[in-house]
Write a protein that binds this ligand. Structure first.
Ligand code: UD1
Length: 439
């Protein structure tokens, strides 16, 4: 398992280019299953989850060509398997995104359930309830969810009211509805930019979707979808992580190829906390100047509010801000796994249920720490960049799932960080276990 060795204390300076959004690329890749024609996707990030999703597509019979590193040409003309197997679902929960497209086009799909609790409390219960609303029969068989469309093999349009906002749930149902008979309306839908990006691709493929990006999405089913070409939006979480890296190290970064309008809540919060941010043009942000970081409270919420995927990194920032801040996590339970590691580096953080209280400013000191999930690992890297001495972040396979060559990008702007390669790689199950709380 690879590690990062970081020597803290260097301000970051220079330019960094943001990769494509993993969370948009994953559903867009799954969408290619909706058509026998070729879907060409550009600007895919070169991260582990994309490789896993590609493997899933190839396992079920799709052909994936890579004419360039960041371009995939996906053709799902001959699908032979209609399932996302346990082996893949346990390493990446987003594999459940195969369900909607398989069910819509072939009338059947099977997906293994990750973990071991009752179906009612599973984090895909809302996806399944939605499929049932579209006329599917959903059963649990030997740890798998097996879904079937009505006898004629085609889903029926329906009204789906999501009890709770779910990002991949909205994506799964939106994809399923594209080939259903009649109209589907999704209420209380997620509004993330990744939903809008997926809808844009689906509409290019011939789908009839309106309202993506709002909480009511209407899909008029069509008989078939065709090929399309699409460029994935930039990763707003990677952009946010680099903004915080610049702010924490009192550095100066130009963040290129991003979309500031996708990060409005984060940018507003960071400005409130004293981060100097300027929008140089619609795709470039400048961070830097005389920054005096001050504590500012935050509560995570679905988009357009402050993203849960930035909570861990924001907590690292708050250890360097003057005063006491409260960070409330409302989207996921158990998403404070980075806290104990930050405490080992000297951070003063108190957890009470879903609320973390951070007291700053703390002089962090380097320590060996263990990454527990994707965004938690990012917060440990950020802490390492300002800590005195050496920080060794273990289990960086978590960060490799979603950040493209983070150590190379950080090194290019002045960080002292290196990857220490170890010959033993993580067993596939190891990632899933530790990632159980979040996708
Ligand atoms: C997606 C993102 C993830 C991000 C999260 C919230 C992808 C691949 N992943 O995950 O990075 O952290 O959105 O912004 O896009 N829930 C249920 N039942 C369901 C579905 C969800 O109870 O059927 C709950 C979850 O446990 C969680 C909340 O709803 O508490 C939100 O989860 P959801 O939006 O579905 O997250 P993901 O789509 O899995």
């Amino acid at each position: 398992m690879d590690k990062f060795r970081i020597s803290g204390g260097r301000p970051l300076k220079g330019r960094v280019s943001i990769s494509g959004a993993k969370n948009s690329a994953l559903p867009c890749m799954a969408a290619a299953v909706l058509t026998p024609e070729t879907v060409i996707l550009h600007n895919l990030p070169y991260v582990r989850d994309i490789i896993t999703q590609r493997r899933l597509l190839e396992d079920i019979g799709a052909t994936v060509l890579t004419p360039e590193l960041r371009t995939h040409k996906i053709t799902a003309a001959h699908i032979e398997l209609f399932e996302a197997p346990y082996e893949l679902v346990k390493t990446m929960r987003a594999s459940v995104l195969a369900l909607g497209p398989l069910l819509a086009r072939f009338g059947k799909a099977k997906v293994s359930l990750p973990g071991g609790c009752a179906i009612g409390t599973r984090p895909i219960d809302l996806h399944l309830a939605g499929f049932e609303k579209l006329g599917a029969e959903v059963k649990l068989e030997a740890g798998n969810v097996v879904a079937r469309a009505p006898r004629d093999g085609r889903l029926r349009g329906g009204e789906i009211h999501f009890e709770k906002i779910t990002v991949t749930g909205t994506e799964n149902l939106m994809m399923a509805a594209t080939l259903a008979w009649g109209r589907t309306t999704l209420y209380n839908a997620a509004r993330e930019p990744e939903i809008t990006d997926l809808a844009e691709l689906l509409n290019k493929m011939g789908a009839r979707i309106r309202g993506a990006g709002t909480s009511t999405i209407q899909v008029d089913g069509v008989e078939a979808l065709g090929g399309a070409e699409h460029t994935i939006i930039p990763d707003r979480i990677e952009a946010g992580t680099f903004i915080i890296a610049a702010a924490m190290t009192a550095g100066e970064l130009e963040i290129k190829d991003c979309r500031p309008e996708h990060s409005a809540a984060l940018i507003a919060k960071l400005r409130e906390a004293g981060v100097e941010l300027q929008e140089l043009n619609p795709t470039t942000l400048h961070v830097g100047g005389a920054m005096k970081l001050t504590a500012s409270d935050v509560t995570t919420q679905p988009h357009p509010d402050f993203p849960t995927d930035m909570q861990a990194q924001y907590m690292a920032l708050m250890t360097q801000a003057q005063g006491r801040s409260q960070i409330v996590e409302t989207v996921f339970e158990n998403r404070f796994m980075h806290t104990s590691e930050l405490q080992r580096m000297g951070a003063r953080i108190h957890i009470d249920g879903s609320r973390a209280t951070v007291d700053g400013v703390t002089r962090l000191t380097g320590a060996p720490v263990i990454a527990s999930d994707l965004r938690a690992s990012a917060s440990l890297v950020l802490a390492g960049l300002v800590a005195e001495g050496e920080t060794v972040v273990d289990r960086v396979y978590h960060i490799d799932r979603g950040y493209e060559k983070i150590e190379a990008k950080l090194r290019a702007v002045g960080a002292d960080i290196e990857r220490v390669r170890e010959s033993v790689t993580a067993p596939p199950g190891a990632t899933a276990e530790a990632d159980a709380a979040v996708v």
